[in-house]
Design a protein around this ligand. Structure first.
Ligand SMILES: C[S@@+](CC[C@H](N)C(=O)[O-])C[C@H]1O[C@@H](n2cnc3c(N)ncnc32)[C@H](O)[C@@H]1O
Length: 366
């Protein structure tokens, strides 16, 4: 099988983290672009990337490219394209198109040409189709890709309870990596909400693949080979050690986080307790990492209350968590500073649902 280009997309700001993760997982990285990382590989690499990478949001397979200077040429080349090498005529598809610096400037008209070619191939076009074909025209070069993930990869498939302001799993995993989290160290999140940091940390320690329980769009492609896919073997299960702790003042969040951990098969690794930040305390044993994502982005007027909350968080961490490192995620640098924690210079902001959030890290607190 000839290798082809595979684009791993991620939240803008997390590209270097995804690059490091992809290299560590043995994928041959060929480039880093805004919003993603490119690798070369074949279909089993596509499956493994979807199943195992924690900071990628979609895995796009480049299935071909050709030049087109006008719509009639696009139409002709799209109708000649060997769709059957990748797509199944019995699986509905949808098409997305974007154009940039090209003679074909009307993305909607370009999309219709691809849809027409796909219908001629025998596929149905549907807005809720399980497979998406993406056309990108840049400098008159038309590149066709298939989104092999389907739902964004932050949807691991376990989190029925999401709480009020959940952090995406892909971002939580990226921030853990940026804090140098080691799966053999303890982790505490004293404002855990639905438990995202705790569950990501526990999965890493348990050696569980993030995509182990969900479906992917690649299962609906002509290139899918269930036998070869089944041969991708996950790591041997590791014996559980209780090391990951979440607390939150909200009872519903704690019940939800407990249920999420149970669904993910992680109950023996995690403990969730209802407690306000003023009662948070480290577990017995060696220090580790505190990861926390306090409330932010509140309406004007509420910010004053948030200053007090961040101040209380800082006091708790400085007095009770000596020797622990802290990673704090917020959209508001002023609030981060209100903790009084000795933060290192912050990393690049990361986009998260229309907001720009930043990780603030400390060395071990003295
Ligand atoms: C932005 S959410 C955290 C979301 C979490 N990272 C997740 O992925 O679900 C902030 C959390 O802080 C909690 N919280 C707010 N004030 C608190 C306090 N004084 N003590 C403990 N938890 C508090 C809220 O109940 C909420 O769950």
């Amino acid at each position: 099988m000839e290798p082809f280009e595979i684009l791993l997309s991620t939240a803008p700001g997390l590209e270097p983290t995804l690059q490091a993760e992809a290299i560590a997982a043995g994928f041959p990285v060929t480039g880093v672009i805004p919003g993603g990382v490119t690798i070369m590989g074949t279909w089993p690499d596509v499956w493994r990337a979807n199943l195992t990478l924690r900071t990628a949001t979609h895995v796009l397979a480049r299935i071909g490219s050709f030049r087109a200077m006008h719509l009639a040429q696009l139409d002709k080349r799209a109708r000649k394209f060997p769709w059957g090498d990748v797509l199944r005529a019995d699986v509905p598809v949808k098409v997305e198109a974007a154009t940039q610096a090209s003679k074909i400037y009307h993305a909607g008209a370009a999309r219709q040409r691809i849809e027409g070619a796909l219908q001629a191939f025998g596929a149905t076009i549907a807005a809720d189709a399980p497979v998406t074909v993406k056309l990108r025209i840049a400098d008159d070069l038309c590149t066709l890709s298939v989104d092999t993930s389907g739902d964004s990869l932050h949807k691991r498939g376990f989190k029925t309870y999401v709480g009020k302001a959940p952090l995406r799993e892909t971002l939580a995993a990226g921030f853990l990596a940026q804090c140098g989290f080691r799966p053999d160290e303890p982790l505490v999140d004293p404002m855990c909400g639905s438990g995202t940091f705790v569950l990501e940390a526990a999965e890493l320690a348990a050696g569980l693949w993030p995509g182990r329980a969900r479906d992917f769009a690649f299962q609906q492609l002509a290139t899918f080979d269930p036998v070869a896919y089944g041969a991708l073997t996950p790591p041997a299960p590791r014996a559980s050690v209780l090391r990951f702790y979440g607390s939150d003042r909200d009872d519903g969040a704690i019940r939800g986080a407990v249920a999420n951990a149970a669904r993910a098969g992680l109950s023996d690794w995690c403990r969730f307790t209802r407690a306000p930040i003023s009662d948070a305390a480290p577990p017995d044993g060696p220090p580790g990492l505190v990861m926390v994502n306090p409330p932010y982005g509140a309406r004007i007027g509420e910010r004053k209350l948030l200053f007090a909350l961040y101040g209380a968080l800082g006091t708790t961490l400085k007095t009770r968590f000596k020797g622990w490192r802290v990673g704090l995620v917020t959209s508001d640098g002023g609030l981060a500073k209100a903790t009084g924690l000795p933060f290192l210079p912050p990393g690049p902001p990361v986009s998260h649902g229309g907001l720009s959030i930043t990780l603030w890290r400390t060395d071990p607190i003295r």
